[in-house]
Write a protein that binds this ligand. Structure first.
Ligand code: 1CP
Length: 364
């Protein structure tokens, strides 16, 4: 395994400095799902390869991770390893396919309590997901210090929802039925998933990930009380266990939490051990600063649909967003991921607008 010394030194550490609240000469930016379906060069690779084959082949995962970094040279301040949150359910023993035009599909989801027996008793995370570690190490080398590299995981509740729904869902009725009907078994599955997540995060960090984002994409689908009961305890556990292990191993990697739609819980999310809270576009930046009391760095939160607007509208909205968040303890991003219909040119306008406006804001 590579140690810190073996990797090329970092030439752009803006985002790491913003996390620590240090001075930055301009506001750092990256975008969720910055690799993928909106890029013609990704679609070329995808035409010849199954989605999970790309994830499982370090050279391909690395190639696709670097595509936006190459295309938007000097405009992106972070890269994120190409993978998917659903590799964890796979490692736990469930089959997941990526269906063309539909998204992830579990042919045999967890439906009844009895189905929990189909999950492996113990998961050898480092063996099952070693391909992600190899992709991370290779990408760190190929990045050559241009910007830091994110590893990521899905949060326990979001992965639970996929494992029970069997794919995307508008209502999450099946997953919520479990929470209400089988709370004990639900906690058992959430804990089992948390244990895998902790090992997987640490493995990614040891392989070279310089930041970690936890995606609780379905966090906002729960009532605040349900979120506090079925998500927050596990998110808290992840942060504390990962941080304790990092202290022991002399590692220092910031943790980001993106709980989409969890507006009511921003205060809690800013006090459970994460360094950065990532916001979706329905949250007002100033309100988010009040709720999180400057305890964390904030990330976000432009509406992804803004990238369908004319260039002058993108620029105006970017200026307003940056002014509302302020130059410190802030990382610009979209409030959710890039969409297949987006044009790479629109993203370029967004990134350039952030660079240009933030350079003129000064550090206040
Ligand atoms: O056919 C294809 O090429 C599949 C499209 C695709 C891509 C490019 C999927 C299917 N996943 C990904 C990559 C991916 N997924 C990345 C790395 C790329 C990058 O960011 O540069 C990341 C970080 C994810 C994370 C992910 N996967 C999340 C969390 C973020 C979010 O969007 O909320 C979720 C919920 C998933 C599940 C998933 N995988 C793919 C799709 C279409 C979905 C969402 C399905 C649904 O609507 O429920």
């Amino acid at each position: 395994m590579k140690t810190k010394r073996d990797f090329p030194s970092l030439k752009n550490d803006l985002i790491l400095r913003a996390v620590k609240g240090e001075e930055v000469e301009r506001i750092p930016v990256w975008v969720m799902r910055q690799a993928g379906r909106y890029l013609p060069e990704y679609l070329e690779v995808r035409k010849q390869n199954d989605f999970f084959k790309i994830c499982r082949t370090p050279e391909l995962a690395c190639k696709v991770t670097l595509q936006p970094i190459d295309r938007f040279a000097g405009l992106l301040d972070a890269s994120i390893i190409f993978c998917d949150i659903l590799v964890i359910p796979q490692a736990m023993g469930l089959e997941v396919q990526m269906v063309e035009g539909k998204g992830p599909h579990f042919p045999h989801p967890i439906r009844v309590v009895e189905d929990l027996k189909r999950l492996k008793d113990t998961v050898d995370v480092d063996k099952e997901l070693s391909y992600v570690y190899e992709a991370i190490t290779l990408t760190r080398i190929k990045l050559d210090g241009r910007c830091p590299l994110f590893g990521f995981v899905g949060a326990p509740w979001t992965l639970f929802a996929y494992m029970i729904e069997g794919g995307g869902s508008k209502t999450l009725s099946k997953a919520k039925t479990w929470l209400y009907t089988y709370p004990k078994e639900s906690h058992r599955l959430l804990q089992k998933t948390t244990d895998v997540i902790v090992d997987f995060i640490l493995g990614q960090i040891r392989a070279g990930a310089q930041m970690i984002q936890v995606f609780d994409s379905w966090g906002g689908e729960l009532t605040p009380k349900m979120f506090r009961t079925f998500s927050v305890p596990y998110l808290t556990q992840i942060a504390s266990r990962v941080k304790a292990a990092m202290v022991e191993e002399g590692l220092q990697v910031p943790l980001f939490i993106f709980a989409k739609g969890a507006h009511a819980s921003l205060d809690i999310l800013s006090s459970i051990g994460y360094d950065v809270v990532s916001l979706d576009c329905t949250i007002d930046p100033k309100q988010a600063r009040i709720d999180t009391k400057w305890r964390v760095t904030l990330q976000g939160n432009a509406d992804p649909n803004l990238l369908y607007a004319p260039a002058d509208v993108i620029k105006k909205e970017v200026r307003e967003m940056l002014n509302a968040f302020g130059a410190n303890n802030y990382i610009a991003n979209l409030g959710h991921g890039m969409m297949p219909g987006h044009s790479p040119d629109a993203l370029k306008v967004f990134l350039e607008a952030i660079r240009d406006h933030s350079s003129s804001m000064g550090n206040k």
